[in-house]
Design a binder for this molecule. Structure first.
Ligand code: F6P
Length: 365
């Protein structure tokens, strides 16, 4: 059986580990003896784009868009961030330029029996649609935003939260020395998990998330309440997708990707300016941006990548196609992909967010 692995959407630490463990588990000689099926593994470069653009009859195109994977090639991959297969936001089901038939033909011509797609709602949405069209697919959850439904963990989230925490630790010394307010913008297009967890573990004074519209006046009041107390500076963490009671969207430009998403950014700069204007408190802003997706994977991401990769191969052996590996209540399991790609895992505000303090809730049970 030929397994093809691909990574789609935004890169993050943990992807290479998942590719490594799919490959190692599929090619494991001890396991091979116990199975009624043997595998070979290829990587598809640049996500779904590779399957759209490859010409299986042309050797140069095969080298450009695919890569043979074996245990020796992937041996050290789990230590490194990014994705050695490359990624893209290509959507073969894009209504303006539907390439789904081409992808199906290329899967056939490449002799691929099953695809392991590592990605978030967009990448797995494509895998789910292909499965409905008769292609065998398995999903591995990845998104630093933490908004993928059907799983309690997605690759990349823990590394990103650690980066946010480390950067805020750094900001504290300079914020304290100058008695300044710092507004830190995190990623998180629809969900505020990165801002909430990053803000909570670094002790931010205010955390603003997309799931609860915030009022600029209230932000300023909260800062005023602190003025003159022994704490001379404050850290505000805001998710790039946070919205105000006054409707205003913060986008980098007018471009929309193939899945219909806009490029968000700029809310921290806006908030910093508003705070200075309304309170006179000296305020700076920092947009963490793609730093949150860089560097090597945290211990948790390495471990989860390993478990997810192994589980994906178990699912292939068991013929559990059309499903995504999932981490639920402390255990590895799987869920149907069609059930996780039609909605997002957003923060339950009543449970986790204090709408008065604009911070994590101080009541847990
Ligand atoms: O994939 C999720 C994400 O990291 C979002 O948090 C962010 O809005 C987006 O990707 C940025 O995408 P790009 O890398 O295309 O700028």
């Amino acid at each position: 059986m030929r397994i093809a692995v691909l990574t789609g959407g935004g890169d993050c630490p943990g992807l290479n580990g998942a590719i490594k463990w799919v490959t190692k588990t599929a090619l494991d000689p001890l396991l091979a003896k116990k199975r009624s099926v043997t595998f070979d593994v290829i990587g598809i470069r640049d996500g779904w784009k590779g399957l759209v653009e490859v010409d299986p009859g042309c050797p140069e195109s095969l080298t450009r868009h695919t890569m043979k994977l074996d245990e020796e090639i992937v041996r050290t991959w789990d230590r490194y961030g990014g994705t050695n297969l490359g990624t893209s936001r290509t959507n073969p089901f894009n209504s303006k330029n539907d390439a789904s038939q081409k992808v199906m033909d290329n899967i056939d011509r490449l002799g691929i029996n099953v695809i392991v797609a590592i990605g978030g709602e967009d990448t797995l949405g494509v895998a789910s649609k292909l499965h409905r069209l008769g292609i065998k697919t398995i999903g591995i959850p990845k998104t630093i935003d933490g908004d993928l439904a059907g799983t309690d963990y997605s690759l990349g989230f823990d590394s990103a939260v650690n980066i946010i925490m480390e950067e805020i630790d750094r900001l504290r010394t300079t914020a304290g020395s100058h008695n300044r307010i710092f507004v830190v913008e995190t990623m998180g297009r629809h969900a505020g998990w990165l801002a909430l967890h990053g803000g909570e573990c670094s002790g931010a004074y205010i955390i603003l998330i997309p799931e609860h519209r915030f009022d600029m006046e209230r932000v300023c009041d909260l800062l005023e309440e602190r003025r003159g107390r022994e704490i001379q500076y404050s850290i505000i963490v805001v998710s790039e997708g946070a919205t105000m009671t006054v409707n205003k969207e913060f986008c980098k430009d007018n471009k929309v990707d193939e899945f219909g998403h806009r490029s968000l950014g700029g809310i921290a700069a806006y908030i910093a300016k508003e705070i200075e204007g309304k309170t006179g408190l000296e305020t700076r802003h920092v947009t963490l941006s793609h730093l949150q997706r860089g560097g090597s994977p945290s211990a948790r991401d390495r471990l989860m990548a390993r478990w997810f990769g192994i589980a994906a191969v178990d699912m292939i052996v068991n013929e559990d196609f059309g499903r995504m590996v999932s981490y639920r209540h402390g255990e590895i399991t799987s869920v149907p992909m069609k059930d996780v790609t039609d909605h997002l895992n957003l923060i339950d505000v009543d449970k986790y967010y204090d709408t008065e303090r604009y911070n994590g809730k101080r009541s847990i049970l």
